[in-house]
Design a protein around this ligand. Structure first.
Ligand code: GUN
Ligand code: ZN
Length: 427
């Protein structure tokens, strides 16, 4: 058995509200299976595991890899496109760009670029939208398989209110999605998500097919968008006048449940929160996107007070950064405007074990429990002069974590390991 020890400061959450921290820690990894063997104080680990090769990451901090619960791989080319709010942004930038993904080379090249960008930012797992093209999902999973990364992805289902070239039909989306599920769900570390884009771009027939796919394949995920923008919500009301809310459209077609992730949920009513909670359906809070597209301020406290599972996400290309640290920075500011200060511990819980729980992956990833998959990052707390200076003034772990989430970005990620193997090292 090929074991390896990584020595550094180490931090992870055993469970929510239970952070474990070793000033001088050691993480024992089984390189052949790519899993965690043990974590602990360096001296006790060295005594228990003599004769194991040690890599010392001097003055660095090891954490579990970050998890991004909502992101679009084809929108690498849409990020930072100027102007307007959701519906115009989709029509002017997103749909034209996604059309180019019928080209397999473009899809494959972008999938590799996207995954490398995630790793460079310390993200090792994500719930990902592809495009309407079946081949874009194959391109993504083929790339992910090469790195052995744990990813969830799905073919976008969209059969109206979009350019003809970007529309499938209820029937073809059903058949293509099932074929992709058969090929990819639980193939290595890959998992499938049924992906109706949002209520505006699916006919009732297509939403029914999405519900059928979930019934036929109970272990797959479901991802879509919900109540992001006021014009969007009004359009959904026009399209589905018989439903009592935007969420109720999805509910009617059987799309709610513990493996369902609804991006945004910025403008929800009390009743919607209750229904999400009842069905254990999750919301992906997308702070940089909600600010960039001017969508509104998500009420994290209200969602959590209803026990709705909330995860946190970049939503690139509506979102403006792949960095989950920068995502926390913007989340903090949104919470400030909502009258609540997000604590650093809660924030780091969210981007590691919390997002793993929200994606029902906490038996596999999210912390350093023995047997879990060895996805971890090595962070450089002095990656900029400003960070080095600020962090040297921090007296407590909470102060250090808070400064890290406000000032940190891709420069703070020194190395990223996926299933025990290095997939990114900062030059
Ligand atoms: N709603 C429907 N499609 C999208 C998308 O691609 N991005 C965002 N932010 N919202 C959407
Ligand atoms: Zn999105």
């Amino acid at each position: 058995m090929a074991q390896h020890i990584h020595r550094a400061q180490i931090l992870h959450f055993k469970v929510q509200d239970q952070l474990e921290h070793f000033d001088d820690g050691a993480l024992v990894v089984d390189d052949s299976s790519g899993s965690i063997i043990a974590v602990g104080d360096a001296n006790s680990i060295f005594a228990a595991y003599p004769d194991v090769d040690i890599t010392t990451h001097k003055n660095k901090l090891i954490m579990p890899g970050f998890i991004d619960s909502h992101v679009h791989f084809p929108q690498v080319d849409v990020i930072a496109s100027y102007g307007a709010q959701l519906l115009d942004w989709l029509n002017n930038y997103t749909f034209p760009t996604e059309m180019s993904f019928k080209d397999d080379d473009k899809a494959s090249q972008t999938a590799h670029f996207f995954l490398n960008e995630l790793f460079k930012n310390g993200t090792t797992t994500a719930l990902v939208f592809a495009t309407v093209h079946k081949s874009s999902v194959n391109a993504f999973f083929n790339a992910s398989q090469q790195y052995n990364s744990r990813m969830i992805c799905g073919k976008v289902m969209m059969d109206r209110n979009a350019p003809d070239d970007l529309c499938d039909t209820a029937q073809t989306s059903f058949a293509d999605s099932q074929e992709l599920i058969d090929q990819w769900h639980n193939n290595g570390r890959q998992l499938y998500a049924v992906t109706p884009r949002f209520a505006i771009t699916s006919t009732p027939e297509q939403l029914e097919k999405a519900g059928q796919l979930l019934k036929d394949n109970p272990s797959v995920y479901m991802q879509t968008h919900l109540s992001e923008n006021i014009d969007e919500i009004n359009f959904v009301k026009e399209l589905f006048p018989e439903r009592k809310s935007y969420l109720d459209v999805y509910d009617h077609y059987g799309l709610l449940g513990p493996r369902s992730v609804f991006a945004h949920g910025v403008h929800l009513e009390q009743e919607d929160f209750e229904r999400l909670s009842e069905t254990k359906s999750g919301i992906a809070f997308c702070p940089t996107s909600n600010l960039f597209l001017g969508s509104g301020l998500f009420d994290l406290q209200q969602a959590q007070s209803h026990q709705v599972p909330v995860s946190i996400a970049s939503d690139v290309g509506g979102g403006t950064s792949f960095s989950m640290l920068q995502t926390l920075n913007e989340a903090y500011k949104i919470c400030q405007l909502k009258g609540h200060s997000l604590q650093a511990r809660d924030a780091f819980y969210m981007i590691t074990l919390g997002n793993a729980v929200a994606l029902s992956l906490d038996d596999k990833i999210g912390n350093f429990e023995q047997g879990k998959e060895a996805d971890f990052i090595v962070m450089d707390l002095a990656s900029t002069d400003l960070m080095a200076r600020k962090l040297s003034t921090c007296e407590t772990l909470d102060e250090m974590l808070f400064s890290l989430m406000i000032l940190g970005d891709d420069r703070a990620i020194d190395e990223t390991f996926v299933a025990g193997k290095s997939v990114y090292k900062k030059q």
